[in-house]
Design a protein around this ligand. Structure first.
Ligand code: NAI
Ligand code: MG
Length: 399
């Protein structure tokens, strides 16, 4: 097979060390690819006024598969302050390049598996009957709609003109907000489309079927958010009845789900939600399996074959400038394994996953988070593995 080209987007902060180490692991595992480094993030906002330059979009369009580290996003005013002086007059507005990428390429399926590793000292434990300590085995895969909903970007402050007039046609708006001065209103919409909702639901059911999960849980709030959450649940019922009768369909509310995930996380198999609730619930489950150092994520468009694979964590700016990087590369390595699955390099993916699992089970090499230390430059002196040492340990286990 022709050698692949992978677009490597380190982005900001700790994105770079985790991506560098992950590429080293991929190479050691025998994955043959060329990597083209592509520009994304804060630096390009400050220098060019665009955190997602067109040349990066072109590279992804051409090569289809990208690994992404993390970016830094800052509030509106800070974004303006840090813009190069000659760009300040241009009326540029910062928006997150990763959200932009998702929308540009229609990467509407976001998949976030949360599976506990045996021996991870960060695994969730709870008290069982007779005061025993239980460590439930978590194996939940969250499917998050990645392009619409509350992160769709359709929002206004001080809505005016036909927007305000449109809002005033809704009886609930008139009753609850009709007397509020326009300048005191901020409105963010939550738009779901049938097409995208069906795609995320079907992706969730297909995954459950392929990997023998017994249930799919729609995690929304249909009793209150009747139109969008309601539509998602109704469509899930139709799809399950017509095409997946062997899989159980459960319906939970996001708030209750956040409580249940610490009571009985082992109950849940595949979970599906809109953009924001998917974001929330996937962080919740990630917390049960070790937190951000372990939380991986894939986002893709099944029709175009374009996929971007990234850890759930951000750029952790406070650790960005350490001479020796201390952060855990496992989330990025696990995201790269999802990339390998996506391009049918399953054997190499399994090999890397087994090496990661073996390192964790051995318990000899642990990054600072796994030792429950506070992140400081001296953690390596105190026995924690650096980012590079963790990658070395994974490489040593590859067979
Ligand atoms: P963050 O995920 O960067 O860091 C939160 C904390 O989690 C860190 O301080 C650290 O204690 C821990 N952590 C994160 N990654 C870790 C790793 N690999 N190993 C060990 N510990 C780790 O989130 P935060 O601080 O809320 O945001 C920082 C910046 O990142 C912001 O500018 C934010 O906008 C951006 N961000 C970017 C994301 C992306 O690129 N997809 C996602 C989330 C935040
Ligand atoms: Mg998040």
């Amino acid at each position: 097979m022709a050698k692949r080209t992978i677009v490597a987007m380190p982005g900001d902060g700790i994105g770079k060390p985790v991506l560098d180490e992950t590429i080293r692991v991929l190479e050691a595992a025998g994955f043959e690819a060329d990597y083209i480094t592509a520009d994304i993030g804060w630096e390009f906002w400050c220098e060019e006024g665009n955190p997602l330059p067109q040349r990066t979009i072109d590279l992804i369009e051409k090569h289809k598969i990208a690994l992404f580290g993390a970016i830094t996003s800052k509030p509106k005013d800070a974004a303006f302050d840090e813009l190069a002086p000659e760009l300040k007059e241009k009326g540029l507005v910062y928006s997150s390049p990763i959200v932009g990428l998702r929308q540009h390429f229609g990467l509407d399926i976001c998949m976030r598996p949360c599976k506990s590793y045996v021996g991870n000292p960060l695994n969730f434990i709870r008290r069982g009957q007779g005061n025993t300590i239980e460590e439930p085995e978590v194996d939940t895969v969250i499917f998050r709609q990645n392009t619409e909903g509350l992160y769709g970007g359709v929002e206004w402050s001080a809505p005016d003109g036909i927007v305000y007039d449109g809002l005033m046609t809704h009886p609930k708006f008139i009753k609850n907000f009709g007397k509020v001065p326009k300048e005191e209103l901020s409105v963010s919409t939550r738009i779901f489309t049938k097409n995208a909702t069906e795609r995320i639901l079907r992706a969730a059911f297909e995954h459950a079927k392929k990997y023998n999960y017994k249930s799919v849980t729609v995690c929304e709030k249909p009793n209150v958010i009747r139109e969008t959450s309601g539509m998602m649940y109704k469509m899930a019922m139709e799809i399950q009845k017509a095409d997946y009768p062997e899989i159980e369909l459960w319906n939970t509310n996001i708030d209750a789900q956040m409580m249940w995930l610490t009571k009985n996380p082992e109950t849940y198999g595949v979970l599906v939600a809109g953009n924001m609730f998917g974001d929330i619930v996937s962080d919740g489950f990630a917390g049960l399996i070790g937190g951000l150092g372990f939380a991986c994520s894939a986002q893709f468009n099944p029709e175009t074959g374009i996929g971007v694979f990234e850890p759930t964590h951000g750029s952790a700016p406070k650790y960005a400038d350490y001479e020796t990087s201390i952060v855990n590369p496992i989330a990025m390595v696990a995201s790269a394994c999802m990339m390998l699955d996506f391009i049918d390099e399953n054997e190499i993916a399994s090999k890397i996953r087994k090496a990661v699992a073996d390192v964790i089970a051995d318990g000899e090499v642990k990054t600072y988070d796994m030792m429950k230390m506070r992140g400081r430059a001296n953690v390596v002196e105190n026995g924690a593995a650096s980012t590079t040492q963790m990658a070395d340990a994974i490489i040593a286990k590859l067979k």
